[in-house]
Design a protein around this ligand. Structure first.
Ligand SMILES: NC(=O)c1ccc[n+]([C@@H]2O[C@H](COP(=O)([O-])OP(=O)(O)OC[C@H]3O[C@@H](n4cnc5c(N)ncnc54)[C@H](OP(=O)(O)O)[C@@H]3O)[C@@H](O)[C@H]2O)c1
Length: 232
């Protein structure tokens, strides 16, 4: 089975949660990883834990610089994980234009600009993989989801457009839809401990790596991940 040995990966939003666990799991399989995030101190602490390089920056405004630094540190690029993202529940009455704009700037524009910046490096490598961490909020709207869910629907659309454009160039595009994952997302307080029946970030990492390590003759366009029985 193909492995991730020496695959060069940039993971946006890699300083915490799902991105951090994808990095940890990929390193265990021999990948070479650069982490990105905005908060430089938190990012450096995460990178130190994994003994990997990092590049601080906001995907919505600094995509070319983030990519340039990552490629310089890795000597090229094979995998981009567009994981950076955030959201806030707002009903239609509560909708705040600035907050909605910021969510879209990270979750949609940031992912698009990072993907665009990755393309020339995939061309040099002759292949590539583009992983977009979307959400089950990309599949179905819900009360309070105007800003976040709409941004993830947009990311789903981008994933489909890019898959159609990039397959002939040996670039695999994978949209990942986790349901609720126990991370600090949205300011969630995990101090009371983790529910063993609900998803952990490492579960998402496991699924992503499974798709990435299939033979490159095939690709998984979309992966949806649920907790099997979170109710008991
Ligand atoms: N947790 C869930 O229940 C869940 C479910 C489905 C999908 N997701 C998606 O999974 C992804 C990761 O979420 P998570 O749960 O791991 O959240 P998290 O623990 O809050 O981690 C988010 C990461 O993204 C970084 N980040 C946020 N905005 C950024 C930006 N503009 N530029 C660069 N980095 C940025 C954060 O660091 P800084 O703040 O320092 O930048 C952090 O490293 C997100 O796209 C989220 O929408 C999460």
């Amino acid at each position: 089975m193909p492995s991730l040995t020496d695959q060069r990966m940039l993971i946006t939003g890699g300083s915490a949660g799902i991105g951090f666990e994808i990095a940890r799991a990929a390193l265990e399989q021999g990948a070479r990883v650069v982490l990105n995030g905005r908060d430089a101190a938190r990012l450096e602490a995460a990178a130190d834990k994994l003994h990997v390089p990092f590049v601080a920056g906001d995907v919505g405004t600094d995509a070319p610089a983030i990519m340039a630094s990552a490629v310089e540190q890795l000597g090229g690029l094979d995998v981009l994980v567009n994981n950076a993202g955030w959201g806030r529940r707002m009903t239609l009455e509560e909708l705040d234009a600035d907050v909605m704009h910021e969510i879209w700037r990270t979750n949609v524009l940031g992912a698009a600009l990072m993907a665009q910046a990755a393309l020339p490096h995939f061309e040099v490598a002759g292949a590539g993989a583009l992983v977009n961490i979307a959400s089950t909020a990309a599949l179905k709207g819900y009360a309070g989801g105007s800003a976040y869910s709409s941004s993830k629907f947009a990311l789903a659309s981008l994933s489909q457009c890019w898959a159609a454009e990039l397959r002939p160039r040996n670039i695999r595009v994978l949209q990942v839809n986790p349901s609720e994952v126990q991370t600090g997302f949205g300011g969630r307080d995990l101090s009371a401990g983790m529910n063993p029946r609900k998803l952990f970030a490492e579960d998402v990492a496991h699924a992503v790596l499974g798709a990435l390590t299939m033979h490159p003759r095939g690709f998984v366009p979309e992966l949806t991940i649920h907790a099997t029985n979170p109710w008991e």
